[in-house]
Design a protein around this ligand. Structure first.
Ligand SMILES: *Cc1c(COP(=O)(O)O)cnc(C)c1O
Length: 397
């Protein structure tokens, strides 16, 4: 099919929920993508923080292909070996004792909400508990996750949402305190806010939230769907802070391209929380995604991918800082490791379009932020190439 035909076919039949760039991607290799016309792109988006091992990783692809021929699905009525191995590696990496695999990030949030509600129900002997979430957060598009997403625009058409959700200001501990009631069962936040504009939690804020949770037996739920899996230079971003969540959500890079998410719980919480009959999924944690997750964690550990991300993150940060100094249209750099944002005072959508023309894929966040979440396997030469291209684009404004 011709490129224009492909785009027309898609536009005629897919529900129009995205304004897509007029580019048809056909294959990837390392940190580069190629479109239907053979044009090469340096990828600093990684399919929205998913392809952390880059494209066409042969070891991961072999593991997935082998599993396809053995067994792809069984249902959770039976055991399967790949998911048992994946679970063992995942809880070891997380330092949390229990995991439930889902098919996406939003479902991981749904599970985390249910787990927190069930925990409080078991403790108190009644339901009716509330959740404190953050303004400018993003937790997904299903109804429960949407209910805890602090974005009026996303929420408005879909009311009524889950009752009992209150929104505090991120990095403002007093605003959290003010919202706590007898009924609060959980405080939910992204360790580094992603879609909202790349805002890392401040140390005092996260420590303070943890303290509030400990004092009142409220569960701390950290959403690590975007900032987890090595992206910030530690396996999970909260490991920078010396606090530990009671429940953590994960997705995106945990499958490096196969659709899978997870929520993790401490043993203490798991014991009083979801038990047989309370929660389930047909596809979640099937052998196919199990083989991928198992291999992803194996590669992450063996190659110390978080360590590499930390090193590359320092280099990227330094280069972006230099660039910010050279362009008046860059107001601020924010981020942690290989999750970086540049606050621009020129139209960020236009910057993205011109980057695409230059063969560089970057994305946006929070209105005026240029977001960079590259594959974690980038080298210095890729950072240099990105900076060269971005400088060329910013010079046009
Ligand atoms: C992407 C994202 C989600 C939703 O994940 P999906 O797989 O798209 O459902 C939730 N939370 C955060 C922080 C995310 O970045």
């Amino acid at each position: 099919m011709e490129k224009t035909n492909m785009i027309e076919t898609a536009e005629q039949h897919l529900l129009h929920t995205y304004n897509r760039y007029p580019i048809v991607l056909t294959r990837g290799e390392g940190v580069y993508l190629y479109d239907a016309e053979g044009k090469k792109y340096l990828d600093f988006a990684a399919g929205i923080a998913v392809q952390s091992l880059g494209y066409a990783n042969q070891e991961l692809n072999e593991a997935i292909k082998n599993q396809v021929d053995l067994l792809t699905h069984t249902s959770n009525l039976f055991y399967n070996e790949p998911i048992a191995r994946a679970a063992q590696r995942a809880v070891h990496a997380a330092g949390l004792e229990r995991v439930f695999f889902t098919n996406s990030g939003t479902e991981a949030i749904e599970g985390a909400i249910k787990a927190a509600k069930k925990y409080a129900y078991t403790r108190d002997g009644h339901s009716g508990h509330e959740i404190v979430a953050m303004e400018h957060s993003f937790h997904g598009r299903s109804m429960g996750a949407l209910s805890v997403t602090g974005n009026a625009h996303y929420q408005e058409p879909f009311a009524p949402l889950l009752p009992g959700v209150r929104f505090a200001r991120f990095n403002d501990l007093d605003s959290v305190k003010e919202l706590l009631t007898e009924k609060t069962c959980a405080i939910l936040l992204e360790t580094v806010q992603g879609e909202g504009g790349i805002y890392p939690a401040e140390h005092t804020f996260l420590e303070g939230v943890r303290r509030l949770c400990d004092e009142k037996d409220i569960l701390l739920i950290l959403d690590e769907i975007q900032c987890g899996m090595g992206r910030t230079g530690k396996m999970f971003a909260w490991q920078h802070y010396g606090v530990k969540p009671d429940i953590m959500t994960c997705a995106k890079a945990i499958g490096c391209g196969v659709p899978v998410g997870a929520f993790f719980l401490t043993e203490r919480v798991a014991k009083k929380s979801l038990s047989p009959g309370d929660h389930g999924t047909t596809y979640g944690g099937n052998p196919l995604v199990g083989a991928a997750v198992d291999k992803v964690f194996e590669i992450f550990e063996r190659e110390d991918i978080p360590g590499h991300a930390a090193e590359m993150g320092r280099y990227l940060e330094q280069k972006l800082q230099e660039l910010s100094g050279d362009f008046a249209c860059v107001l601020e750099r924010r981020g942690l490791g290989l999750m970086q944002g540049l606050v621009l005072d020129v139209p960020v959508g236009e910057v993205v379009n011109r980057c695409l023309a230059e063969g560089l894929i970057v994305i946006t966040a929070g209105g005026n932020v240029l977001r960079m979440v590259p594959p974690l396997v980038i080298g210095r030469e890729h950072v240099d190439e990105m900076i060269r291209k971005l400088r060329h684009v910013l010079a046009q404004f």
